[in-house]
Every structure is written in C-alpha cells, then in structure tokens.
Design a protein around this ligand. Structure first.
Ligand code: GUN
Length: 284
C-alpha cells in the first residue's frame, strides 16, 4: 500500500517560511499585495478565490478581490488591469478562470504585466516555459506538484511521466516541467483511445482531466507516484480524478483529495506574490 503525500502539511510548512519572509519585508516598509479579479458567480471559482484570500491573510499578504457580474464588458476589465499594472503597491494580479465565454480570456490575460502575472499565464511567461527559458512566474498548480514529487525523494531522471489532461492551467505546463526534469513525457486526455494502456506506462502519473475517479487502480503501474489534481463534486463530496482506494494499493506514493495538490497550489501562489514583492524592491 502506497504512502500518502501530505500536501496540507507541506503547504503549511511552506506557508510558515513565507510568513517569516513577509515579516522581514514589512520591516523594510513593503507590504506584499495580491489583487484577484473574479467575474461571475461560478461556485467552484468562488471557493478557489476564498481560499486564496484566506491564504494571503494567514501569511500577512494583503489581498483585494474585485468581484464583477458576468455581464461586465471586456474593456472594463482591461481598464482595471491597466490601473493595477501601474499601481506600485500591487505585486500580483490574478484573473480567476474561466471567464464568461463572451470575454476573450487570452486578450485579458495578455494585459497583465508579466512582472505581476503571479499565475504565470501571460504569453510571455508561459512561452518562456515552453522554450526552456526561465519565466518570471510558473503556473501555481504544476509548480506545487513538482514540490510534492520532490518531497518523495525519488529522482525523476529518465522516468516515464504520464499527464492526463491538456489544459493551459495544468496539463500543458506540467508536461513542460516534467520534460525539464528529464522525464519521458506522455500527455493523454479524455479522447485518448486506450487510456489504461497509456497510463500504465507511468512511473509518475498526474491526473488533471476533471472526471471523477477516471483513473482506476488497474491503470496504475506498481510503485508509481500518483498525483491527483481533480476537484470533482459528487453528492456534495469532493473527489479526485483518481479512484484513491484502488490506486493506493498499487502506488508507492499518492496524493489525497482534499489535502494533496490544492494546498500546494495556494502555497505556490503566496510564494509567487512574495517573490514579486522582493523583485519589486530590488528594482525600486
Ligand atoms: N481556475 C482554476 N485554477 C486556476 C488557477 O490556478 N488560476 C486561475 N487564475 N484560475 C484558475
């Protein structure tokens, strides 16, 4: 039976370090600040944003949320982003996704100054990641997952990694980070023909496909590291993309839902805001 990777505990220890660094920055007169832009009333997004606000409060980062109705005009969002870009007191700007379909998500994200793009979704940051250059910010979930894998002490060198899901937020940047770590990477998704056959190759499996318990234990190679990014609600209960009970019998290490990837995503976001504030101080 596999060991459980405790993302909550790891996230908390990272948050403690951040708390200390924030204190030191405050002594120098800098209060790190994140601004979150939330459009509409998607309940999952509201939960994510609330958790981000709570995370900020906990480590002493100032946070402000703009909550707009779903019929807000793209232009209005862009005007706000431009205002935040030029506000020296703001170190991170995050537009919660998804945006309503009437709004051009790519256009809105492209307006965030890359130096304040703590989500790492601006084309300049994500483009650098894909070109093997160092971006100013990495997307928070894949960055957190690399920390979770690192915490197992297992080397990724030459390993087979299988990413299930191809989103811009998780799947694609995750594949790039695993490639940078010298894994042989396969990206599969909901349309992959024989998903089980592909996933069984994985020494590392990252499930980020958004389908409850799609990845069953019989798809897991003995001794694999299994990372579950899924946040699916079934009868009000949170459940992952991996069938935890059967997968943990095969895996060497596995993340639970909740308490695995989620807390690490928040911890990495806080870290990015802190790094941005530090950079801002150096740049004056
Ligand atoms: N929606 C789901 N995950 C994320 C995330 O990490 N950042 C943003 N901005 N939106 C999301």
């Amino acid at each position: 039976m596999g060991k459980i990777i405790d993302g909550k505990a790891l996230g908390l220890s990272i948050r403690e370090e951040i708390k200390q660094s924030v204190k030191e920055l405050k002594l120098k007169g800098i209060i790190p600040k994140l601004v979150v832009v939330l459009v509409g009333n998607d309940s999952a997004s509201q939960v994510y944003v609330r958790n981000k606000e709570k995370g900020c409060l906990d480590v002493g980062i100032e946070s402000q949320t703009y909550n707009f109705p779903s019929n807000i005009k793209e232009k209005e969002l862009i005007v706000l982003i431009e205002k935040l870009n030029s506000d020296k007191a703001v170190h991170g700007v995050l537009v919660q996704l998804p945006l309503p379909k009437e709004i051009d998500e790519k256009k809105v994200l492209s307006k965030i100054l890359p130096e304040k793009d703590v989500d790492g979704f601006h084309i300049e940051n994500i483009g650098k990641l894909f070109r093997g250059e160092t971006p100013l910010f990495l997307p928070c979930t894949p960055r957190g997952i690399m920390e979770l894998i690192l915490s197992t002490g297992i080397s990724l060198e030459g390993k087979e990694a299988v990413v299930v899901g191809r989103s811009n937020i998780v799947g694609k940047p995750m594949a790039m980070l695993l490639l940078d770590a010298n894994c042989t990477v396969t990206v599969c998704h909901s349309r992959t023909k024989d998903l089980g056959m592909v996933v069984r190759r994985g020494d590392v499996v990252v499930a980020a496909v958004g389908q409850a318990r799609l990845i069953s234990g019989d798809m897991i190679k003995q001794g694999a590291i299994v990372i579950d990014v899924g946040m699916n609600r079934i009868d009000g209960k949170l459940c992952g993309d991996v069938d935890f009970d059967s997968a943990k019998e095969k895996a060497a290490y596995i993340t639970p839902v909740p308490g695995g990837v989620g807390p690490m995503t928040i911890a990495m976001l806080l870290k990015s805001v802190l790094e941005s504030a530090n950079r801002g101080m150096i740049a004056g």
